[in-house]
Design a binder for this molecule. Structure first.
Ligand code: AMP
Length: 602
């Protein structure tokens, strides 16, 4: 019900007084984007004026934009490695931030094969919380009655470690779910989850998923929205249901909890609510035993109004599968965020995935944009590094243009390249709205893993050493993220040069090559394989001799220049996939899990 409030918003009639305040805040921030940005920069620079980093560039206390831009360099994570190492090793002096670094957030972006460590400060939690608090007020503008039921969200914590200097290092969402902001959040009728905190906070991924699914099934009529952070996570939950529905139905039938749920707090919490419910058990059995799982989400959760998952960027590959399981429910992408900083939100969350634009909230950090010429780096070469960057401010970006995002944060990152390419689609008041185009230099991604061309190249090189005893080598290769299976997996197409046909590489050798490639890939990939089970075994498909020449002929027939032709190291275009797949002579899968441990190797 819309509230007739003096605070009513141009975004639409707020659902309640609290929403009115949130929408008013969005209006204020976006109307005053320029002055908010100036204030944010001045605040960051004055607070951190005495830090080692800012004094190095002789800002001498200046907090204005011009001085800042003229003195501070644009940087990447690699440039900050020495400072990050010192902080990780226990140096508590004010290196990047005047406020103490409270922990490291481990990004899914990697450097030298390991997750990047993002320093953060306590108050950043408040800023993240503030952005979260805006999401439901916006959603309530488009979907009525969300206070009449619950959200089934599959949320997980991941393993955490300590740096040599004793700081925690963990993913940003693990940090958030374990914070009091989340654990002791006040009751909000618009934000009730079926999953108890005990289930979300259980570090064992099986127990966590099992109990979250069980609670979601028990509350199936109350579920109004279903979600996970990324699309891949929601599909993993569906796959989990496919594998575990019999045991779940058994628990409902008997009112007794699966003995695999051993976490004492979690067990106690679930046992309290679990009562025998043969009718529900029979229903689950009836629906899940069917061969056809099309529309399973709406069959089990008939009141679901939308799926709340990110399907922009690399996650767009999952849209058809989500549509299949949900019978085409709307897909809502609500926010755009990273370990470095939470950026903004989608003010029209029920729009089509292809039309999603995120409005950057100018209070979150100071934002700059490096113009990005889409055609220049179709080869993956980063031309912008060669040129002195002319950075554009938030309010000055132009509709239709693409930019790389740079941030200056309260925690001490200055003019830091995030690595995301965004296209301006319009403005809300004076705050621009961005379509997420892609992350730079990512070739393959299934879940949160991001594998670049150099990593794939090294993996192929390392694996191909195993071919030496067969006097064979890899002449050409390309790859594809196969998301038809759940979980998805990397497929690498190899064309081999076999010098001695009586000793050509056998299945065992090629399986070992798959594993050797996995061992070479970065730690986010290996964690996905080992701990999260979010990535399936890597597959090598050996193709007939001459296949890559055919690929080139095809590209040239479509207008590629013969002089400039380079083998694409990742393919997605259907005719090319069909060509490759029709030339496959054998397929081989990784026979074991690669090594991974939560401890960093460096
Ligand atoms: P991480 O540092 O691991 O938290 O990953 C952050 C990155 O995930 C961002 O820089 C983006 O590349 C990607 N990402 C986050 N939110 C979205 C979104 N809504 N749509 C597309 N990509 C996103």
């Amino acid at each position: 019900m819309a509230v007739d409030s003096p605070l009513s918003s141009p975004l639409g009639p707020p659902a309640c007084e609290k929403d009115a305040k949130a929408l008013q805040f969005i209006e204020e921030m976006t109307r005053n984007a320029e002055s908010v940005q100036q204030r944010v920069l001045a605040e960051i620079l004055s607070r951190n004026a005495e830090t080692e980093y800012l004094t190095r560039f002789q800002l001498n206390g200046a907090t204005d934009r011009e001085t800042f831009k003229s003195k501070l360099p644009v940087i990447t994570y690699e440039d900050l490695q020495p400072e990050i190492h010192r902080i990780a090793n226990g140096d508590r002096s004010a290196i990047l931030s005047a406020q103490p670094i409270s922990e490291f957030l481990t990004s899914s972006g990697t450097s030298a094969g390991e997750r990047k460590l993002m320093p953060t400060i306590k108050e950043e939690l408040d800023r993240r919380q503030l952005l979260y608090s805006l999401l439901m007020p916006v959603m309530n503008l488009y979907v009525a009655g969300l206070d009449k039921g619950k959200g089934l969200y599959f949320l997980f914590v991941k393993s955490e470690t300590r740096t040599p200097g004793g700081l925690l290092a963990r993913p940003v969402l693990t940090s958030y779910y374990k914070s009091d902001h989340f654990k002791t959040r006040p009751y909000d009728p618009y934000n009730v989850y079926t999953s108890p905190n005990e289930a979300i906070l259980c570090p064992d991924s099986f127990q966590s998923m099992y109990t979250q699914m069980l609670c979601g099934l028990l509350d199936r009529h109350q579920v109004l929205r279903l979600g996970a952070v990324f699309a891949s996570g929601l599909l993993r939950a569906i796959r989990f249901l496919q594998l575990n529905w019999r045991q779940l139905a058994h628990d409902m039938e008997t009112g007794s909890l699966n003995l695999k749920i051993t976490d004492p707090l979690l067990r106690e919490c679930i046992v309290k609510t679990l009562k025998p419910n043969p009718e529900l058990a029979q229903f689950v059995h009836h629906e899940c035993s069917k061969d056809d799982w099309e529309g399973i989400i709406v069959r089990i959760w008939p009141n679901t109004k939308y799926l709340d998952v990110i399907v922009t960027g690399a996650m767009a590959q999952y849209i058809p599968t989500l549509d299949y399981y949900s019978g085409g429910l709307p897909l809502a992408c609500t926010m755009y965020a990273s370990s470095e900083c939470y950026f903004g939100l989608n003010l029209n969350p029920m729009c089509k995935p292809s039309e999603v634009s995120y409005t950057i909230m100018p209070n979150m950090a100071y934002f700059e944009f490096s113009p990005h010429e889409p055609n220049l780096d179709s080869t993956g070469f980063d031309f912008t590094r060669e040129l002195p960057p002319k950075l554009v401010d938030l309010v000055d970006v132009e509709v239709g243009n693409e930019y790389e995002l740079l941030i200056t944060t309260y925690a001490g990152l200055c003019r830091y390249r995030v690595g995301d390419i965004l296209r301006v689609t319009g403005f809300h008041n004076s705050a621009p709205q961005f379509h997420f185009v892609r992350r730079k230099n990512v070739l393959l991604s299934i879940d949160s893993d991001k594998t670049d061309e150099a990593e794939l190249q090294t993996a192929v090189e390392n694996a191909s050493h195993l071919l030496r005893e067969h006097n064979a080598s890899v002449v050409e290769y390309t790859s594809h993220a196969d998301t038809k299976t759940i979980p998805g997996h990397y497929v690498v197409y190899w064309e081999l040069l076999v010098k001695d046909s009586t000793n050509s590489p056998d299945n065992d050798t090629l399986e070992q090559c798959c594993l050797a490639m996995e061992e070479s890939l970065n730690s986010v990939y290996r964690q996905g394989r080992v701990a999260d089970n979010s990535i399936g075994p890597l597959e090598i498909r050996v193709v007939k001799n001459g296949t890559f020449e055919e690929l080139m002929d095809y590209a040239i027939s479509r207008g590629a220049s013969i002089n400039q032709y380079k083998v694409p190291r990742c393919v997605n275009f259907t005719p090319i996939m069909e060509l490759l797949d029709s030339r496959v002579v054998s397929a081989h899968f990784s026979p074991a899990l690669p090594h991974w441990s939560p401890e960093r190797s460096q």
